[in-house]
Write a protein that binds this ligand. Structure first.
Ligand SMILES: CC(C)(COP(=O)(O)OP(=O)(O)OC[C@H]1O[C@@H](n2cnc3c(N)ncnc32)[C@H](O)[C@@H]1OP(=O)(O)O)[C@@H](O)C(=O)NCCC(=O)NCCS
Length: 125
């Protein structure tokens, strides 16, 4: 899935775990949602966020890392607002070289401001 959308739906590539996007989700431009990901209702994926079934997601409000067990889908929680982020590599050559990796970050859960922004997106379309 790579589109701006506010629809619910299931897209199931052959041989892969399904991608499920529940109702009233906002997908910003250039988002990518790939195998084994469930995006729960009302979540917002800001422009540029990429998630796969094996992408850990850093949930700042709840101070936890959402990391699916092998064979399980990644679940983006209901109402989560996810933006593109980066995390430092903390071991080995990546650490010595000062590398960081791209990672989705939940910065907040949906509030009135998000509703206003996403409502505007709906109006634009
Ligand atoms: C996510 C979005 C809806 C903003 O939601 P919001 O609830 O108003 O978010 P806020 O402005 O309260 O931001 C919360 C935090 O996330 C950060 N943030 C918000 N959007 C961000 C983004 N796209 N990338 C990185 N950080 C972002 C803000 O800077 C803020 O962090 P801070 O408090 O440290 O400054 C908006 O950024 C977005 O991506 N809209 C989709 C645009 C688009 O793709 N349109 C095309 C379809 S028509």
């Amino acid at each position: 899935v790579s589109a701006a959308a506010q629809i619910g739906g299931v897209i199931e590539p052959v041989g892969a775990m399904p991608v499920i996007v529940e109702d009233d989700v906002l997908l910003g431009g250039n988002t990518g949602i790939y195998e084994g990901t469930i995006v729960k209702a009302r979540a917002v994926l800001a422009a540029g966020v990429i998630v796969t079934g094996s992408t850990p997601v850093y949930d700042l409000p709840n101070e936890r890392i959402i990391s699916p067990a092998p064979g399980q889908p990644l679940v983006i929680p209901e109402g989560a607002v996810v933006v593109p982020g980066a995390r430092a590599v903390t071991v080995g050559a990546g650490k010595s070289w000062g590398l960081s990796l791209a990672t989705p970050v939940i910065v907040k859960y949906r509030d009135e401001k998000t509703d206003a922004r996403t409502g505007l997106e709906r109006w634009i379309r």
